[in-house]
Every structure is written in structure tokens, then in C-alpha cells.
Design a protein around this ligand. Structure first.
Ligand code: FRU
Length: 494
């Protein structure tokens, strides 16, 4: 049996052991076992396809395979069979990659072959770039692989950290951005170009870490949006020099004016993509109707060894987000298709001069919007407590005029020692502010002021019954709209 057949046989067997209630209602998880980065996010054959870094065999990162879901609408997803296994001599793991359409409109995939070569008592790591094509529903690796290796790397860059191609087509060329590490230990994004997908030329260094943003960079993405060029990277070993950035693993967006022509970045602004606890390795795609959609691993490597005891899966994707740029800043909001998941809806006008439990807003799976209007001088803070039961809860304290927000999940019930408290600075708001909470069984995502800032976090070990919600907002009026999310997003199996 090949590695791929073995993985398929295994996942089919193990998936049955995970009851629907043990999964999130509307966030994606691995068919079984471990998941990290989104890969190959694309649309072809009339469906969306989303692949993922996958270890079916345990809830830990290990020999990386690619798993797959597909969907007609970005909302209702089906598990597909494992898509790739590390079965070639040049790879011990199929690392992250992406997809584009070739000139005939067929999907083509570019990914990193991660290879561990024993060398006496040591191991050498080699990362090279490979192509796979879809042939009769199977991802078939090119005979000419790898298509970028040692010879394609500019001087001073490391072949042991050279990965995560994000490929796209523009005019007559295919482009790919790749991350690597320069000899000073700092990450960089390299731009490559090809006209036949097999021969790739190094074009230029698109961006080099100047030392402010961690060490090595991973998972670059480059696209044009609303007259801007945007580059994403996920930085390792960040030191949070300002409250906008988090320590550890932090995903960043560099933005600059797009002057057309060859891909370029004239950086004007850098922004942390998510200010919460769990967000890494985002990847985007252009939907057939022209929207730039992001999806990310709703976790980061530092909590990789903290799967809840007895879990059949570990790792989730964030809910897909639509991107836009306003006033030079990147905004993110949940894709509008979310409304197809809505059940019962409730609208309320509220005052909460002291902390109030609001039974109409209780629940664990909802899309809740709060529009806040300061009505008196004494308004300074919105305090929201959710996923609560007794002394289990998560809180958010938001002071719009100061632009200060504290997110605290120390009491959310998790047994593992993880980052649980974050204080961040946001653009200030005088009289009005808004907050949107996507709450699911194992996570929350908070969008502030139309998606100007976002904070995501997982909620493992937080009992399903923890569904109370309280609000405190002295001196303010709140309009609340709650949409219950009732139906799951997974439809049958492959
Ligand atoms: C980011 C990452 C990528 C790599 C993949 C391996 O989370 O480290 O750089 O391709 O995960 O699973």
C-alpha cells in the first residue's frame, strides 16, 4: 500500500470515531488528527478547494501530508480524501504551498518538499520547490521535480529554510513568492517567475526582514487589492515592541501603493493581521466574483503540543474573511455567505449601567453584532463576558476613546498553560464603536469597527454549556443583533 493509500484508509476509519458534536459547528478541522496551514486555496471545476497541512496519524505535527476539503459556496464543506503524502525520494514531508490555474485553466500546485537527510549523528534539512498537477482527481507530482532547488537560490540564502511558495498568474507569467533565511538569520521574501511552471527565474528580493519583525519568515502571500500591493508574512520569534504586535509567531501585512507592472512592494504601512491569541499562516485566494478571501490556521506553533486529552483532532481554520483596504489600512470581515448559516435572529436595544446577563444573547454558536453609542459623559468602557458558566468565562474590555482593549481568557477552562491575556491598542473612536463576535464551540473571532481590527482565539476545554453572556456599558446604548448558527458546515464525506 502506498503512503497515500495508507493515509486514506486510516482517515476513513478514524473519522467515524469523531462525533459531529465534538467538532466546531462552522470552523474547519482535520478529517482526523492534526492540521496546520491552509494550502492550495483555490476555485476550479465549479468548486472551492482548500487543502491543509495534515498529519492524520496523531494530534501532533509530524510527517506532513496534504488534506483537502471542497465546497460549492465557501460555507458548506466536504472532506475529500488525503491529497498528497511524502512519497518521493526528495521529500520527508509535503510542506505548505498554493494553487493557480495554468493557461488551459487546469489547477497547478506548487509546494515545498521538506527533506531530512541523515548525516552522521546530525540531520541536514533541504527544502526545494515542487509542482503537482490535478490528473483525474489526483494530485500528481511532476517528473521534473524539484523545480527550484539550490541553483535557483540567490547567494547568502539558506536551502534549509526555503519554503511555502504562493503562486499566481499575471499576464504571460506565473509568479511565486517564497520565504527564505539570509545568512544574518533574518527572513526574506523572494520573487520568482516562470512561463512554463517548470523553469523558474529568481526576479528579486521583494522584502527582507530588517530585524524589527522576528527572525525567519514563513508563508508569504502577495496580491494587489484596492490600488495597493499587499505582502503577508508569518514571523517567527517576534518581540512585541509595540502593543500592535504579539510576541512569538505573528502574521503581518505590509501595504504599499500599487504602481502596476512587475510585482513590487513600496511599503507604507505594516499591520498585525490578528491581535488575538491564535492566528498564523494566512493564505488568500481571489474568488470568481473578484473578492480577496483569507483563511488562516487558527492557532500558532507555540500551542502545537497542547491538544486536549483524548481529542480526535487538533487545529482549526479561522472563518474565511473578505479583505479590503480603507484609508491605507487592511480591513477583514467574515465572508457574507455566513448568512446562509443563520437560524433564529434576535434584535435588542440595551442599556447596561451595571453588568447584566442578557438571556436573549446566550448561546455558544452565533454571529453577534453590537453597535455602541456613547450617550453620557460617563461612558468609557464596554465589558463583554461570553462563553460563561459559573467561574468559566472569557472577557473583553474595550475603551474606544482610549483605543485600548483587553482580552482575557484566563478563566476559559483550559488545562494547558498558554497565552491567555492580551492588551492591545486600536485606532481611537469617539462616540460610536462596533463589535462583532463569531462564537463557535471551540473558538471566538472578534471584529472591531467594521473589521479594522480582529482578535481570534481558541476555546479548548471550555464546556459546551458555558453559554451565558453579560454586558456592562455604563452611559451607552447598545443595539444588538444576534444570529444563531444552527447548522453545521460539513456535508457528508467524500
Ligand atoms: C508554518 C509552517 C510552514 C511549513 C509548514 C510545515 O506553520 O512551518 O513554514 O511549510 O508549517 O507544516
Amino acid at each position: 500500500m502506498s503512503y497515500l493509500e495508507e493515509a486514506r484508509e486510516y482517515e476513513e476509519r478514524m473519522e467515524r470515531k469523531i462525533a459531529a458534536e465534538e467538532r466546531p459547528l462552522y470552523h474547519l478541522t482535520a478529517r482526523t488528527g492534526w492540521l496546520n496551514d491552509p494550502n492550495g486555496f483555490s476555485f476550479y471545476g465549479g468548486r472551492y478547494h482548500l487543502f491543509y497541512q495534515y498529519n492524520p496519524y496523531s494530534t501532533h505535527w509530524d510527517r506532513m501530508h496534504w488534506g483537502e476539503w471542497s465546497s460549492p459556496d465557501l460555507i458548506h464543506w466536504s472532506f475529500e480524501r488525503a491529497a498528497m503524502a511524502p512519497d518521493e525520494a526528495y521529500e520527508s514531508g509535503c510542506f505548505s504551498g498554493s494553487a493557480a490555474l495554468d493557461r488551459e485553466g487546469n489547477p497547478v500546485f506548487m509546494y515545498t518538499a521538506h527533506r531530512i537527510i541523515p548525516d552522521g549523528r546530525e540531520e541536514i534539512v533541504r527544502e526545494t520547490q515542487c509542482i503537482a498537477r490535478l490528473i483525474e482527481r489526483e494530485l500528481v507530482k511532476e517528473e521534473g521535480n524539484p523545480v527550484i532547488s539550490e541553483e535557483g537560490l540567490p547567494e547568502g540564502f539558506s536551502l534549509s529554510d526555503f519554503r511555502d511558495p504562493k503562486i499566481w498568474r499575471e499576464g504571460e507569467y506565473f509568479y511565486s513568492v517564497l520565504s527564505s533565511r539570509f545568512e544574518d538569520g533574518l527572513g526574506a521574501v523572494l520573487l520568482y517567475r516562470s512561463s512554463d511552471l517548470l523553469h523558474w527565474d529568481f526576479v528579486k528580493l521583494l522584502k527582507k526582514n530588517d530585524g524589527r519583525f522576528g527572525r525567519m519568515w514563513e508563508c508569504p502571500d502577495f496580491f494587489r487589492l484596492d490600488d495597493h500591493s499587499v505582502l503577508f508574512v508569518s514571523a517567527i520569534a517576534m518581540k512585541a515592541l509595540s502593543p500592535e504586535f504579539r510576541n512569538g509567531f505573528c502574521s503581518l501585512a505590509f501595504l504599499g501603493k500599487d504602481l502596476g507592472g512587475e510585482p513590487d512592494l513600496r511599503e507604507k504601512r505594516v499591520q498585525a493581521l490578528d491581535l488575538g491569541f491564535d492566528f498564523y499562516a494566512p493564505q488568500t485566494m481571489l474568488s470568481p466574483d473578484g473578492r480577496r478571501i483569507l483563511i488562516a490556521w487558527m492557532q500558532a506553533p507555540e500551542s502545537g503540543n497542547l491538544a486536549p486529552e483524548g481529542a480526535g483532532w487538533y487545529g482549526q481554520m479561522c472563518f474565511p474573511r473578505e479583505l479590503s483596504i480603507r484609508g491605507g489600512r487592511l480591513f477583514q470581515s467574515p465572508i457574507r455567505e455566513i448568512s446562509s448559516l443563520y437560524g433564529e435572529s434576535t434584535e435588542l436595544d440595551l442599556c447596561a449601567d451595571s453588568e447584566r446577563s442578557i438571556p436573549e444573547l446566550h448561546g455558544r454558536t452565533m454571529d453577534l453584532s453590537l453597535e455602541l453609542k456613547a450617550e453620557r459623559e460617563d461612558f468609557c468602557e464596554l465589558r463583554l463576558c461570553f462563553a460563561k458558566r459559573g467561574n468559566i468565562f472569557t472577557t473583553l474590555s474595550y475603551r474606544p476613546a482610549e483605543g485600548r482593549l483587553i482580552l482575557d481568557r484566563r478563566a476559559a477552562g483550559r488545562a494547558a498553560s498558554i497565552c491567555e491575556y492580551r492588551e492591545v491598542l486600536l485606532p481611537k473612536r469617539e462616540k460610536e464603536a462596533s463589535l462583532r463576535l463569531l462564537l463557535d464551540r471551540f473558538s471566538f473571532e472578534i471584529f472591531l469597527n467594521g473589521g479594522e481590527s480582529v482578535l481570534s482565539g481558541t476555546l479548548y476545554d471550555c464546556p459546551a454549556e458555558a453559554g451565558e453572556l453579560t454586558i456592562f456599558a455604563k452611559g451607552a446604548r447598545i443595539r444588538a443583533v444576534k444570529h444563531e448558527i444552527e447548522s453545521g458546515i460539513l456535508r457528508g464525506n467524500c
